[in-house]
Ligand binder design. Sequence first.
Ligand code: DOR
Length: 442
Amino acid sequence: MKTRIKNATVVLPTGSIRTSVIIDGTKIVEIDDAPQVTVDETVDATGLHLIPGVIDDQVHFREPGLTHKEDFEHATRACAKGGITSFLEMPNTNPNTITVERLHEKLDLAATKCLVNYGFYIGATPDNIEQLKAARRTPGIKIFIGSSTGNLLVDQQDALERIFSETTLPITAHCEDESTVRRNQERFSASTDVADHSRIRDHQAALIATSRAIDLAKRHDHRFHVLHCSTGAETELFYDHQQLITAEACPHHLFFNTDDYTRLGSLIQMNPSIKNKEDNEQLWTALLDGRIQVIATDHAPHTLVEKQKPFPQSPSGLPAVENSLALMLNEVNSGRCTLEQVVGWMCDAPARVWDLVDKGRIEIGYDADLVLVDLNYRQEIRNVDQETKCQWSPWDGVTLSGWPRRTWVMGHEVFRNGQLDLSKRGAEVKFDHARGGYWATA
Ligand code: DOR
């Protein structure tokens, strides 16, 4: 099957130009009007922008084991609608993805269910280093240096030293200092106010753990990606990246702050906790000046019933894959950033951080993972429209300008103007870690 996407403004690594892109099977084969090429289908994209499919490098899709909250089918329908064509998923499922065998089981399960491309981290425990050394089909190792949803935790210094010194896969971590959080938890043990979540998982907890992980990475000369940075103070650490450190921000930390607890309560209870208005601004500054390279969602659904339990029984996490690109396109429309920057943060940078093969760019020979975006399309986010299994969004009632309208995964059009095509599955994401990550490919 050959498709010509005609007359779009195409966001290329070198800048945006008005041209056509031709897909043949799973690949991009021309970036040119190429009138001599005959195709099976022509898509008139006049007035629209064509961007690479979004790569979300931090999601929790809950399968296996927690499928009352989310599953591959619902989560990847939400991805296709939201313009996410590849996801990298975290190991805190049930069972945890902490052995090569479990990793391969998850890959096999995903192959039968996912509408978009998939990859899975292997989780660290204090004593699974042989598994971490043996794993191959993975973006890297996830460490919970502080605990979050589930029981994964490695905060003993000797275990962390071994992981950073003896393994070779890229490492990433959930950075909130466990002892700081526990101490604060005792202080607020009688609290039923969800706003105290940000006092328990406070600025210091994030800064201590991120500093600790960066110190380990530098001493052991090991690539390290800081997930979901939530404080301005952490962004100060990223100036001295030594071509080892990359960092990421999530929409909830960019758009929500502690003032929003009054309106949204535990719907915005997240780990790391949301912080202050100043942190919102400082995260944006770090994105715009390149200290933070990646935007990912940390899509972490829980049912509304679970979320509506009184604090502190309410779980941490919120869904976002369906709306993350639109949230950023809305910022393009408001003039805060450019579409090219959004493509950098959500497509190119995650592909480079995790060494994805043939993804993250519109380039001849790259996979035909593409999103056609209408910057003028306005749509309200409504809980009832959400594809994610938990069927709610903290952005319910918010109208955004700029939405993905059509999505191709490996050349197959999986989403077209509100309709999903469920007939095909995505592919396993391939990693070539010899590339050396973001800084080596700058
Ligand atoms: O709030 C969170 N929830 N943060 C995480 O890092 C994990 C996630 C979950 O899995 O629920």
